[in-house]
Design a protein around this ligand. Structure first.
Ligand SMILES: [Fe+2]
Length: 342
């Protein structure tokens, strides 16, 4: 489970780089953002009645339900980013409504009839470089939205490798969430819930998608893109998706924390596994942002120490010596992992 040290880690990271988009910085109680235009501003692509119901009823309900679900729980201290990053650990009501709030807030901001695609912008160059053309991207987004069974979203997002990619998600999930198979920071989203289009387009989701993909505020998408590239949230996701690190972390947490309470049984039983997982960390691919000489050295130190620890267990070393050695390895691990979530 997480604690406040984790919130502090993200807060410090955000402060350090000055990343203060209003959405990411939001905390409980969450508020319905002001719609950046009139209900009829996107006519004829989005009719005024749909816009009014979508914003003032659906989005407002996500915010209200999110606040009700979070109230009185320890999630009151979570930012909106954290509610999504650790959605898999949380109540489903919180996950759905936090996603609903985040997704719709982004959606309103990336729609416009007056901010067309510009191939000279940062995102314009990335779209052309990645997909070949805007039309190719539109086809991918259209397909992602059209083939999403039931309710969900189509996404253009920045991957942990800082590339653009397209995916879709069910319900109110999004690529920030730990439960998402595709991880990264969204820069453009299309709501494909029926409530987004049924009044005007009825069951013709493809027609709605074609129309709305011509009503994108590419200035806003460019801003989202440039912010995502430098976002500490992206680095957090990169770390969270470093499989060998999380696998090692599980063994470290399962052995070190009992040892703090004087219980050395877990490390005596798992020292071989501890060493194997450290070696897997050493031989696996280190994510780009973490591939530094300092971190490589820490991993090498970890493997050497894990080997020594395993030998001590095999030679039936006393509790005090084992505890000391494990503590040293925990310190080394923290130079890689950052503040511990446990
Ligand atoms: Fe919606």
């Amino acid at each position: 489970m997480k604690n406040n040290s984790h919130s502090a880690a993200i807060a410090i990271a955000l402060l350090f780089v000055g990343f203060t988009t209003s959405l990411s910085a939001q905390n409980y109680p969450f508020e319905l953002p002001k719609l950046p235009y009139a209900y009829n501003a996107l006519e004829p692509v989005v009719d005024a009645a749909t816009m009014e119901i979508h914003y003032s009823k659906h989005h407002a309900a996500y915010v209200k339900n999110l606040n009700n679900a979070v109230k009185g729980t320890k999630q009151e201290s979570y930012s909106l980013d954290e509610l999504m990053l650790y959605a898999g650990e949380l109540d489903e009501v919180i996950r759905n409504n936090a996603g609903g709030h985040y997704n719709h807030s982004m959606f309103w901001n990336i729609l416009s009839l007056h901010n067309p695609f510009n191939p000279q912008t940062e995102v314009g160059k990335a779209v052309t470089g990645t997909f070949g053309s805007l039309d190719s991207l539109k086809k991918l987004l259209n397909k992602a939205g059209a083939t999403r069974f039931g309710s969900g979203w189509a996404w253009l997002y920045v991957t942990t490798d800082k590339k653009l990619a397209v995916c879709s998600s069910p319900n109110q999930d999004n690529p920030i969430m730990d439960i998402s198979p595709e991880r990264g920071i969204p820069v453009l989203c299309i709501d494909v819930w029926e409530h987004a289009y049924y009044l005007k387009y009825q069951n013709k989701r493809g027609d709605y998608l074609s129309a709305i993909l011509d009503a994108i505020n590419w200035d806003a998408v460019n801003k989202n893109y440039t912010e995502a590239l430098g976002s500490p949230l992206l680095k957090t996701i990169e770390k969270e998706t470093w499989t060998e690190l999380s696998t090692f972390h599980e063994v470290m947490a399962g052995t070190f924390h009992p040892s703090e309470d004087g219980d050395l049984k877990p490390i005596r039983e798992r020292s071989g596994e501890f060493l194997a997982k450290a070696k897997a960390l050493q031989s696996g691919k280190i994510p780009t942002s973490f591939n530094t000489p300092e971190i490589k050295k820490s991993i090498d130190d970890l493997v050497r120490g894990a080997n020594a620890l395993n030998q001590m267990v095999l030679k039936k070393a006393d509790d005090k010596s084992l505890s000391k050695k494990l503590g040293e390895l925990h310190d080394i691990f923290h130079t890689i992992q950052g503040l511990c979530r446990h």
